[in-house]
Design a protein around this ligand. Structure first.
Ligand SMILES: CC(C)(COP(=O)(O)OP(=O)(O)OC[C@H]1O[C@@H](n2cnc3c(N)ncnc32)[C@H](O)[C@@H]1OP(=O)(O)O)[C@@H](O)C(=O)NCCC(=O)NCCS
Length: 173
């Protein structure tokens, strides 16, 4: 498996595949992502083997989650492994590469949000294994804290945020 930046070629391969739940194959949906990558707002990495895209993930340099934005914590976003390649370390490899990019960019922490319902079960187990811990601020709905006793739908906008320290590039070398 090799990991590289998103190219037009790998984008076409993503659009051709049906990667199962979470997989984004609509080129229109990708055009903003591609534009953001070109403008340096996000880094988009893909994991490839034999011309096939096994998975992809982004690093948003400026998170929309206010505590991350304030702390300069970049956010891992849109991380998906194609269903038939799951459980073989693809996401683990992508996350390691995104962490390295964060460190090279001078960041000392990295974060991500995970949904609370069963479709996110694999992600809920994976992130703690890789050293990600809840940020201690509870859950948010559309980036706003959810207060005790309030009601919100359990959907993709209901999120628990996790963070991890990344060694600085200088310390790692
Ligand atoms: C979450 C996801 C990206 C993991 O990708 P992956 O390439 O299969 O993950 P890896 O092989 O690197 O990691 C394996 C670890 O993830 C967890 N995991 C993977 N599949 C799992 C499953 N079906 N059930 C429970 N845990 C699972 C385990 O902790 C596993 O470690 P282990 O094998 O040592 O037990 C993938 O399942 C996926 O694309 N899911 C749908 C989209 C999604 O939820 N994205 C994350 C949004 S926050």
């Amino acid at each position: 498996m090799r990991i590289e930046r998103l190219s037009c070629e790998s984008l076409a391969a993503i659009a051709r595949s049906d990667g199962g739940n979470g997989w984004k194959h609509d080129l229109d949906a990708w055009s903003k992502t591609f534009q953001d990558a070109e403008q340096g707002k996000r880094l988009v990495l893909v994991a490839l083997a034999e011309g096939e895209v096994l998975g992809y993930g982004s690093l948003l340099w400026q998170s929309a989650y206010p505590p991350f934005a304030l702390a300069g914590t970049p956010e891992i976003h849109d991380l998906v492994t194609a269903r038939r390649h799951r459980g073989r370390g693809v996401a683990t490899g992508l996350i390691a590469a995104l962490e390295q990019a964060a460190a090279s960019g001078g960041r000392t922490s990295i974060g991500l949000g995970v949904g609370l319902y069963a479709d996110y079960g694999a992600a809920q187990r994976l992130y703690p294994l890789l050293g990600y811990l809840p940020d201690g601020r509870g859950i948010t709905y559309r980036y706003q804290p959810v207060d005790p006793g309030s009601s919100v739908p359990v959907d993709d906008d209901l999120v628990l945020w996790l963070t991890k320290s990344v060694p600085t590039a200088a310390a790692a070398s």
